[in-house]
Design a binder for this molecule. Structure first.
Ligand SMILES: Nc1ncnc2c1ncn2[C@@H]1O[C@H](COP(=O)(O)OP(=O)(O)O)[C@@H](O)[C@H]1O
Ligand SMILES: [Mg+2]
Length: 318
């Protein structure tokens, strides 16, 4: 009953992940008793958590059991603080059990026939609502520094799976955002706003004016442009690869989101460049090699498209 992706994520976490998998049946028993649940189906598409449709004594709900080492504490804090604004409602939780009882939602934005730019519009509007979560000051390195570290360590550890030029460009974009960092411009970002993490609400409600809310937040403190850059970076890499001018396509995505949220398109573009490479390496590292390679290929296509030599020089008419 455990989806392959969840099993893989847990096993990548070593001993803690194996223990979590082995303890799941007993954990489910405990939670069933504690919250008076009856279990229905398991969602097959989870990657970092076992997610089940359940019923409490008086209503349908969703039970999420997160694998260890997946930032679940921060996720719970974000959902609790959001109180349903832009996010799924949190009915109950138990951090020691890595468990949350959530509002039941419908199908994902990813399952609609909306073209990518329209999906980006919905994500932007939903994020706008979600960014109202109160910010808590956090010590330690900011998101740009974390990404720089991740890029360098994963690139070396994975045997340099993309060109040094691509890594250098991703690092330089991260350094630009680190230099531009202003604490007062930070919000609690979702951190992974892709159309699979935006689910339809069952019926209209306050805090869900787009008809969608976000699940699965990382809850990182950063500028709003970070979330928009991630949204761009997490669009289908095959669409970027198929585009006649990949950089122009990505620029247009960035401009669209930036305009909708009133942020600097250059900031969105810089985060998108960093994040597409970081996501590619992360996917390679955590058991999704085909998708990881596609992300890196898309990032290379965007980079090459930006080289002046690849553009035909047209004479200007006088
Ligand atoms: N509240 C919810 N209502 C309905 N389905 C949900 C809900 N939360 C998660 N799901 C389903 O479970 C899947 C995985 O959940 P998610 O929280 O995104 O975890 P992860 O991506 O880390 O595995 C989602 O893609 C969705 O299909
Ligand atoms: Mg998810």
């Amino acid at each position: 009953m455990i989806p392959d992706g969840v099993r893989r994520t847990a096993l990548e976490r070593g001993e803690a992940g194996r223990a979590w998998l082995a303890g799941l049946p007993e954990r489910l028993d405990r939670l069933r008793d504690r919250w008076a649940l009856s279990f229905d189906e398991v969602y097959g598409n989870g990657t970092a958590a076992l997610v089940l449709r359940v019923r409490t004594a008086d209503r349908p709900a969703v039970l999420k059991l997160a694998a260890p080492g997946t930032g679940f504490g921060r996720q719970l804090r974000t959902l609790a603080a959001a109180r349903g604004r832009g996010y799924v409602r949190l009915h109950a939780y138990d951090l020691s059990e890595h468990a949350a009882l959530l509002e039941p939602l419908g199908s994902a934005l990813a399952a609609t026939r909306l073209p990518v730019p329209r999906r980006l519009d919905v994500l932007a509007e939903t994020l706008h609502e979600a960014w109202q979560v109160p910010v808590r000051a956090e010590p330690g390195p900011g998101k740009a520094e974390q990404l720089s570290h991740l890029l360098q360590s994963l690139w070396a550890r994975l045997g340099e799976p993309c060109s040094p030029e691509l890594i250098a460009e991703a690092l330089s974009a991260a350094a630009d955002r680190a230099a531009a960092h202003r604490p007062e411009g930070s919000v609690v970002c979702h951190g992974d706003p892709h159309p699979g993490n935006a689910l339809a609400v069952a019926s209209p409600r306050p805090g869900a004016h787009t008809g969608y809310v976000l699940v699965d937040p990382a809850g990182v403190v950063a500028e709003p442009a970070y979330d928009l850059g991630v949204a761009v970076a997490r669009t289908d890499p095959h669409r970027v690869l198929a585009a006649p001018a990949p950089a122009d396509l990505v620029r247009a995505d960035c401009a669209r989101l930036a305009a909708s949220c009133g942020v600097d398109p250059e900031a969105v573009w810089a985060w998108a460049r960093t994040e597409r490479v970081a996501s590619g390496l992360y996917l390679l590292r955590f058991g999704h090699p085909a998708l990881g390679r596609a992300y890196l290929a898309a990032a290379e296509a965007v980079r090459r498209d930006r080289r002046p030599a690849s553009r035909p020089v047209t004479a200007r008419r006088t």
